[in-house]
Ligand binder design. Structure first.
Ligand code: GLA
Length: 396
């Protein structure tokens, strides 16, 4: 369905959910795939994500009272609060994300001497949840943009991205890195974002959607324990850094550790911790060479780094699953494919494929048949365009 069609439908769903005649304002924030820099954001390394033309719609209409009513098209439940007595702690449900953001935006409003008003809000969209396409950052950044607009605060993109990040880390309690809200909030059409997570500097690198396209294949695997396993990797990387910095006092994060330091002292680490460090330190180098390849216009050289990244995620970081390995191997063996790897944290979710435009049908057929042969069911394979980042969309 076209964007206009999706927006019109979301507006109708809002009126069906909340009644009344006045149309809501509708905001959109995309999801993202990360092409290079896997598990580097919380290690201070560089990452190369890009936004996709799928994401979250947030429909908002002010109320005359001070109630905030949050509803979602994906889940029939509602969350309702008085503005003056928002929950202090998370409830373990989807509404934690927008509540966390609302709390942050109200603090920023207060600093301007402004006040919030009650709102009816409906969330929806077309981004698969839990697939590694950053549905949580899409919801948080989309909420921050919508609240800023309806409250007339005029906050900058970066302020909104950081409010979304604080909400997810603080109120929701996920030890996430900075990549996802930055990738969603700073997205630019036709570009990959190069984000250095150590100093938060960024630049845009061209991704020519007339020549290459992005495929995403969803394994359908969702691991209950994925959050715990992600937090464990964060802890292991921290342990590696604490041990190695003793031999390299100038290092401020694991990204700074040099190959020589790891080679000389890696055997002092527990074997799994040493493997995590090896992944991170080599991934930093791979991400820089992927940037060089892109600057040369060498999509195939870029894709080759993606494939090396996947191998390292499988062997050293140990976050792949057989379903992802089959998809990546199948993609790489198909003509027109530049590279493939798991995207997001791993433990299930999606593989991302960089391919020549025109090779879509062959890639979809090949991935589907290889996956069906191995697992007896089909993966969901889709192709995405880029996206220009969060915005308000007129309902026509
Ligand atoms: C998840 C996290 C990101 C990042 C990736 C791995 O998607 O949300 O912050 O750490 O894993 O690159």
């Amino acid at each position: 369905m076209s964007e206009a069609g999706l927006v019109a439908r979301h507006s109708r769903e809002f009126l069906a959910a909340f009644g009344g005649r006045a149309s809501p304002r509708i905001f959109f924030a995309p999801g993202r795939v990360n092409l290079m820099g896997a598990h580097l954001d919380y290690n201070g390394g560089p990452v190369m994500p890009t936004a996709i033309d799928r994401g979250t719609f947030v429909a908002v209409r002010p109320r005359i009272d001070a109630r905030v009513v949050l509803a979602s098209t994906l889940d029939g439940t509602r969350a309702e609060f008085e503005l003056g007595s928002l929950p202090e702690t998370r409830a373990g449900r989807w509404a934690d994300y927008p509540v966390g953001v609302l709390r942050e935006i109200l603090l920023l409003a207060e600093a301007q001497g402004a006040r919030g008003v009650g709102l009816d809000v409906l969330f929806g969209g077309n981004l698969p949840v839990g697939a590694g396409l950053s549905s949580s950052a899409s919801i948080c950044v989309g909420s921050a943009f919508a609240l800023d607009a309806v409250y007339g605060l005029g906050l900058s993109r970066l302020e909104l991205v950081n409010a979304a990040l604080r909400a997810e880390r603080g109120f929701v309690g996920v030890q996430c890195g900075i990549m996802d809200p930055y990738a969603v909030g700073l997205a630019r059409e036709g570009a990959l974002l190069w984000l250095d997570c150590k100093d938060r500097t960024s630049e845009y690198l061209p991704l020519d959607h007339d020549r290459v396209t992005i495929g995403v294949a969803d394994t359908g695997v969702r691991r209950e324990l994925a959050q715990g396993a992600f937090n464990e990797r964060v802890g292991q990387c921290r342990a590696a850094f604490e041990a190695l910095r003793r031999h390299q006092p100038d290092a401020t994060c694991l990204r700074d550790i040099r190959f020589e330091t790891l080679a000389a002292h890696g055997d002092e680490l527990e074997p799994p911790i040493a493997r995590r460090a090896q992944h991170v330190i080599h991934e930093v180098a791979r991400t820089f060479s992927a940037r060089d390849a892109l600057r040369r216009g060498d999509a195939h050289g870029f894709g080759a780094e993606m494939v090396r990244t996947h191998e390292s995620l499988r062997e050293l970081f140990e976050v792949s699953v057989p379903e992802l390995d089959v998809l990546v191997a199948s993609a790489v063996a198909t003509p027109g494919v530049h590279g493939a790897r798991l995207t997001g944290a791993g433990f299930g979710g999606c593989a991302v494929v960089l391919l020549e435009r025109g090779a879509e049908a062959e890639v979809a057929d090949r991935l589907t048949s290889d996956f069906e042969r191995a697992f007896g069911r089909a993966p969901v394979v889709e192709f995405f365009g880029g996206d220009g980042g969060p915005r308000e969309i007129e309902v026509v």
